[in-house]
Design a protein around this ligand. Structure first.
Ligand code: FAD
Ligand code: MLT
Ligand code: ZN
Length: 465
């Protein structure tokens, strides 16, 4: 079969890429863990084109891999079959409509997250999903991974931020639920089933997203705390003092701050008393509220009880941006610093200090060539429990630590009532982990759902299940 010709008939010749040079960027994941293969990449412009391509591939039993901004961490968007067709959504990048009265926005899957946030802001509204990758990740990828980020504490993950979806199923049929309905109990919730399905149940082509009032006031602080236990106590207090306005509570160890200051030229020392742990905290609210005063008062009271060593409240937009740069640059600084072993874990938030203590002991015992850089969304109980190779350590020895350390950490997560994939998904990287930690009943149900919606297994084979 002349596949390129057939795909050109279905989606237009300008939409089909087949040369090795054109395919190359679609065949490797962001972390460069996987080198993939595929027969073609299709860049559709319309939902009808996606539907035609899927109906054809389903008939011909050709694997299809949806791809967004390709910023995912688990290899989910990388095609692994020489016959595969990648459907890359980047040309479906229209904002179909902004509806400020209904606090809703309909975006096509290929819009970047930054573009969606910008469109909301133009209408005096907030779309609150906030990720370090927002300039390149796409809303379709955010939905397919149920992305989290730094504002989940207040606004939730993508599942909570979505009214409904438009998606194409494996057989080319289209489901369209793009109304901004706060209440809709008509049958099974297909939207929330497709969100987080990582391209294995359908190709998302558009979504009706939830908007919020644009905050008029923001208070941001860089806080030195003595321990994760103190950080968690402060979380409780800021939640109470902030009265629903606490948006962000991110935890960073001093090791993360030092990596950022060393490797990111634009990073500036936050100039607070050095401490083993820091928090980036942010409150957002209406224009008349003096949130700086609320934050200062809560931090001062916590300081008197030894929960805070020192704190700096951002006095300008530039200082606020500087604090955020420190937090958002950690992944890049880690990469610059060399090899790292990553674990995207969550535990019930109150268990976090105990988890960190026990996990740190495992790292010291099982990966002596590395040092722990456990940072992230502590307000959600989610840490990137990462280990960086020490300067001068034996790279091969460090790499060999990966499998036993992963097992020990993920077992500890399970014992702590947690998740081995808090926000990055399963993709290809964590298929074995899902098999190990999900119950037989859960796995069987997932397989039955997959088979019902994609009986020929054409959608993103080898991922998730
Ligand atoms: P891709 O990487 O292209 O794809 C991811 C998965 O979704 C794949 O399985 C793919 O097949 C599927 N997919 C993509 N588009 C569609 C579609 N239209 N229909 C169906 N399936 C589709 N993630 C977080 O959750 N929180 C963070 O704080 C965070 N921070 C990050 C910071 C940096 C610097 C980087 C590089 C990544 C970060 N990520 C974070 C990970 C990543 O950005 C998210 O997982 C993001 O949601 C992926 O979007 P994408 O468009 O790049 O998807
Ligand atoms: C983050 O929160 O910074 C990311 O999810 C983790 C990472 O980029 O390693
Ligand atoms: Zn994260």
């Amino acid at each position: 079969m002349d596949l390129p010709r057939k795909l050109s008939e279905l989606a237009g010749s300008e939409a089909v890429l087949t040369t090795p040079a054109d395919l190359a960027p679609f065949l490797v994941d962001h972390r460069r863990l996987y080198q993939g293969k595929a027969a073609a990449v299709v860049l559709p412009e319309t939902t009808a084109q996606v539907a035609r391509v899927l109906a054809f591939c389903n008939e011909a039993r050709i694997p299809v891999v949806p791809q967004g901004g390709n910023t995912g961490y688990v290899g989910g968007a990388t095609p692994m079959d020489a016959r595969a067709v990648v459907i890359a959504l980047r040309r479906m990048h229209r904002i179909r409509g902004v509806d400020p009265e209904n606090f809703a926005l309909v975006a096509e899957a290929g819009c970047t997250l930054a573009a969606v946030r910008e469109a909301a802001q133009q209408a005096d509204r907030l779309f609150p999903l906030s990720l370090g990758s927002q300039g390149s990740c796409q809303i379709g990828g955010n939905l397919a991974t149920n992305a989290g980020g730094t504002a989940v504490l207040r606004y939730g993950m993508m599942r909570e931020l979505t009214f409904g979806l438009e998606a194409v199923l494996a057989d080319g049929s289209v489901i369209s639920q793009l109304s901004p309905l706060a209440k809709d109990n008509t049958g099974y919730d297909l939207t929330r089933l497709l969100i987080g399905s990582e391209g294995t149940l359908g190709v998302i082509t558009a979504a009706c997203l939830k908007l919020f009032p644009l905050p008029q006031a923001t208070a941001t602080a860089w806080v030195a705390v003595p321990s994760p236990t103190a950080a968690l106590e402060l979380l409780q207090r800021l939640r109470a003092a902030g009265d629903g306005r606490l948006t962000t509570l991110e935890l960073l160890p001093d090791a993360a701050l030092q990596l950022v200051l060393q490797h990111i030229p634009a990073a500036r020392d936050p100039a607070v008393t050095p401490s083993p742990w820091y928090l980036l905290v942010e409150l957002e609210g209406g224009g008349t509220q003096d949130l700086d005063a609320v934050l200062a008062q809560a931090l001062a009271a916590a300081g008197e009880q030894g929960l805070v060593i020192d704190a700096a409240i951002a006095a300008s937009a530039a200082q606020r941006a500087g604090f955020w740069r420190l937090r958002e640059s950690v992944p890049e600084a880690q990469r610059e610093a060399g090899a790292s072993l990553k674990h995207d874990i969550s535990v019930p938030v109150a268990n976090l200090p105990r988890f960190i203590e026990a996990g740190a002991a495992l790292v010291a015992r099982l990966a002596p060539e590395g040092f722990l850089v456990a940072y992230g969304h502590a307000g959600d109980g989610n840490l990137h429990f990462n280990i960086n190779q020490r300067a001068g350590a034996d790279a091969a020895a460090f790499a060999q630590r990966e499998a036993p350390l992963r097992r020990a950490i993920h077992d500890l997560v399970a014992q702590s009532g947690g998740s081995f994939s808090a926000e990055h998904g399963i993709g290809r990287l964590k298929v074995d982990e899902l098999r190990r930690y999900a119950s037989a009943a859960e796995l069987a149900a997932m397989h039955r759902i997959k088979h019902a919606l994609d009986p020929h297994g054409i959608l993103n084979p080898g991922k998730v299940l």
